[in-house]
Design a protein around this ligand. Structure first.
Ligand code: ADP
Ligand code: MG
Length: 703
């Protein structure tokens, strides 16, 4: 990249030019991909907190996120299942009214913290209001002590909440961004897109748009901001979509410049595999497998996405592709996002493919010592198929003749990881073919935009004989009935999942919610073996809990959405999802796909927290009515608008800061036109736009 182009670019200044940014802070910032002033300007808030007013406890409603102020009425430190700190506060609005008491619950706290609190202490809290047993409550609210005579001052404007990383608090990051904004130049220096190309979006300047996002005025419309429809957001979304579009075009061009091995096998292995298989492929599996086989026979690299609902049989398609590579004398590698999932693939492949005399090798982070050395040696020689986790794409792993890379559940991997594995098979300008599999159904029109650099095949049929999961939608007040149902099911030797959800993007809060549910269920179901998995546990602990569940030693598994992807425990036939209204339909469907895998009739209970809006009710009803993932995705689109269908996690490769592919779809024609002109006439600006919005991902993609 020619640095000359940046020499008069004020945004290119390194962050060390900001006072107080030392090595430690620089490292945290680098983890977020923030290296330059410009990176800070374009590090946009995820959402906003409204601390501009104090609500009275009496007015709180379940599901609100609110700021309240009150005095401590009671403090209790309990150790029922795990340490718990309970604090009741009340405000002056209704001293004799039980409704005006709010319970604060903490599961992680220390003595120093407790010692600062006493009956009568004034507290200000900010958090989400939940329904507790006797009153409303907040679990782990933010709080601060107020001096006895302190005036009640509130924030003047909405507080932006930024994506951040461990060890870098919101206050610190927010303060830094504010200081960087003081150095924001005038528009002539900031603007990269020539005016003629952004005519439709000239309503607000880039500078004003950035300032609005980082410092929304006190009267800013929070609803509009959360919907992403403010002109400032549109303005930024246009540029972000343009940068994304340009980067996909570059990727495509680079891919086209490569060659790939022609994988034209004689079909013998594939025929023997199919003959030995206990079932015949569905028509859809056969069609998609043929599409893949056709791509593999080309000397140009395949980059194909196979979409298929949960249980549609994508593994068979992957196996057929791998065998095509082996027939042609090449190696195939299958990478899955979790050890659990990779292991299931290994077991299947071992069963299906080893009898054909094919060497299947397993590689995961857990594999150590001699076993690892042997696996690595095999990959450099005799191995024909490799199956594993991220470990496959790490340094020190070398393949002898990798011709095909298969990525399962690709929304869990980044572009860089996919490419790191691909590059293990690089020889000169030749790269392996790539096949990516996903169970996250996205309506076709959206898929074409979201995955503009991929070809798409769809498995639109399930194998015969599946019994659909019976789904019920229940008010959360009927929780105890559901717990009773779990007791009964587990007494019959069945197994169940209990899934906890949170609104926040925070893994910490999600883990806490699961811990709370685990403690409560343990209390309600004495004697039952109950496990826990969440994202904050060490991989080994997670694995141990899952293994115990798989072996049937645990009857009930309390989990966060970490179990969403590909977990297969056929004996589990009951799933309860708490606060189901918080999740997107696609994610609920994916979760539900964890049951209904065995012979037992399976059911799924969606618990919601009332009140439920008509739309929310209609959404949950969709799941009750159908088990068809594509149908669900379409309905979701209809009911909630496209933003929900393409949540950031689902787009995977295209995690946007402001843009929303579907919501901003009307910008796409202009984006395309601008992209065309920029590629042709301003290649220097293309590079700068991509660096601005995509930054490090683009650097990887260029590898
Ligand atoms: P997914 O698309 O979710 O990855 P899998 O490949 O894991 O689905 O397949 C789900 C289950 O269905 C597996 O147990 C698999 O063996 C079985 N299966 C796949 N294809 C067929 C088929 N054509 N007929 C019957 N069962 C099948
Ligand atoms: Mg699968």
């Amino acid at each position: 990249m020619p640095t000359a182009a940046f020499s008069n670019d004020p945004g290119a200044a390194s962050l060390t030019s900001l006072a107080g940014v030392g090595p430690a802070l620089r490292e945290s910032l680098a983890k977020l991909g923030l290296l330059t002033l410009q990176d800070l300007w374009f590090h946009l808030p995820l959402r906003y907190e409204d601390k501009t007013r104090i609500s009275s406890i009496r007015d709180l409603r379940v599901g609100d996120t609110a700021q309240v102020e009150g005095r401590i009425e009671a403090i209790e430190k309990g150790f029922r299942f795990r340490p718990q700190l309970r604090i009741a506060i009340s405000d002056s609005t209704g001293a004799d009214d039980s409704q005006s008491t709010l319970l604060l619950r903490f599961f992680h706290f220390n003595n120093a913290q407790v010692n600062q609190l006493a009956i009568g202490t004034r507290l200000r809290c900010y958090g989400e209001v939940r329904r507790g047993q006797h009153s409303l409550e907040m679990v782990h609210p933010q709080y601060q002590r107020l001096a006895e005579d302190a005036a009640s001052e509130v924030e003047e404007r909405l507080t932006p909440i930024y994506p951040t990383t461990e060890g870098l608090g919101q206050k610190r990051l927010g303060g830094l961004i504010q200081r960087a904004l003081a150095l924001l130049p005038q528009d002539e220096l900031l603007e990269l897109v020539p005016p003629a190309l952004r005519e439709a979006n000239a309503a607000i300047s880039l500078r004003d748009a950035l300032l609005y996002m980082h410092r929304p005025p006190p009267d800013a419309d929070l609803t509009q901001l959360s919907l992403g429809t403010h002109p400032a957001q549109r303005r930024l979304a246009f540029e972000e979509l343009l940068a994304q579009h340009l980067s996909l075009r570059q990727l495509r061009n680079r891919l086209r410049a490569h060659a790939a091995p022609v994988l034209r096998g004689d079909g013998k292995l594939r025929r023997r595999f199919l003959a030995a298989l206990a079932f015949a492929p569905t028509k859809a599996q056969a069609r998609v497998a043929a599409e893949v086989a056709r791509d593999l026979r080309e000397a140009a690299p395949m980059l194909r996405l196979v979409q298929g609902d949960v249980g549609s049989g994508k593994t068979v398609v992957a196996a057929l592709a791998a065998l095509a590579a082996v027939e042609a004398g090449r190696q195939a590698a299958l990478m899955a996002p979790t050890e659990l999932l990779a292991e299931q693939h290994f077991i299947n492949f071992h069963k299906w493919i080893s009898p054909l005399g094919i060497e299947v090798v397993w590689l995961a982070g857990k594999l150590k010592g001699k076993a690892r050395t042997a696996a690595l040696a095999s990959l450099r020689g005799p191995a024909q198929i490799a199956i594993g986790t991220h470990a496959l794409m790490q340094e020190g792993v070398e393949f002898d003749r990798l011709g095909l890379v298969i990525i399962d559940e690709q929304h869990r991997f980044g572009v860089d990881q996919r490419l790191a594995l691909r590059d293990k098979g690089r020889a000169g300008s030749e790269i392996p073919h790539q096949l990516v599999l996903t169970a996250t159904p996205i309506p076709r029109t959206l898929a074409m935009t979201a995955y503009a650099d991929l070809d798409v095949s769809i498995i639109d049929e399930l194998p015969p004989g599946r019994t659909p999961v019976a789904t019920v939608v229940l008010n959360g007040t009927r929780r105890s009935e559901v717990v009773e149902r779990i007791r009964a099911a587990c007494a019959e030797g069945r197994q169940a999942y209990w899934v906890c959800t949170v609104i926040e993007e925070s893994e910490v809060l999600e883990a806490q919610a699961a811990e709370v549910a685990h403690a409560e269920l343990a209390a309600a179901l004495p004697g039952m073996r109950i496990g826990l998995v969440h994202g904050r546990m060490k991989p080994a602990e997670k694995q141990a809990a899952m293994d115990a569940f798989k072996r049937g030693e645990i009857s009930l598994l309390v989990a966060t959405t970490v179990i969403e992807v590909g977990v297969d425990v056929p004996n589990a036939s009951l799933m309860v999802i708490e606060n189901a209204e918080r999740l997107g339909l696609a994610q609920l469907h994916q979760l539900r796909g964890r049951v209904g895998r065995g012979t037992a009739k399976s059911s799924c209970v969606l618990l919601y927290q009332a009140p439920l809006s008509a739309t929310a009710r209609a959404r949950l009803d969709v799941l009750r009515e159908t088990n068809d993932g594509f149908r669900i995705a379409e309905k979701d689109l209809e009911l909630r608008g496209p933003g929900e269908v393409l949540g950031t996690r689902q787009t995977g490769e295209a995690a946007f800061r402001v843009a929303d592919l579907a919501r901003d779809a009307h910008l796409l024609p202009a984006v395309q036109r601008a992209g065309e002109v920029l590629m042709r006439e301003h290649p220097d600006l293309v590079a700068r736009l991509i660096a601005r919005w995509i930054g490090h991902a683009a650097r990887f993609a260029g590898a």
